[in-house]
Write a protein that binds this ligand. Structure first.
Ligand SMILES: [Zn+2]
Length: 113
């Protein structure tokens, strides 16, 4: 259930950003998660709702974008999307891979008034 800790961190960022931009209400929160973070969107949304309860973001709509995992083979230089957690180069079968994307975890933007 690491969603709860992540929800606490991200809601703090949302509220801090809203304060800096003098918003009286946050209407939408756009969040980006890499697939490697292994977020369950429903669980995250529930945790997020709890953490923003009674704040100016309590009714904000949540938009979660999941970024697929992309790696580059250290052995042959091939880069490819990882499917079903199969971390093996599809050209040379090497498991020596560097992660290019898929570990993102951030608030992309917020909307409010
Ligand atoms: Zn390779």
């Amino acid at each position: 259930m690491h969603e709860i800790r992540i929800a606490e961190d991200l809601s703090a960022i949302v509220l801090e950003t809203a304060r800096r931009e003098n918003l009286s209400k946050v209407t939408k929160v756009n969040i980006c998660f890499g697939q490697m973070i292994q977020i369950v969107p429903d669980v995250f949304e529930f945790a997020f709702r709890e953490t923003v309860r009674n704040s100016i973001a309590e009714n904000a709509e949540l938009d979660i974008e999941i970024v697929p995992v992309k790696v580059k083979c250290i052995n042959c230089g091939n880069d490819f999307m990882v499917e079903e957690n199969l971390f093996v180069c599809n050209k040379c079968n090497s498991t020596d891979l560097g992660i290019i994307q898929g570990k993102e975890l951030f608030v992309k933007s917020i909307e409010g008034e």
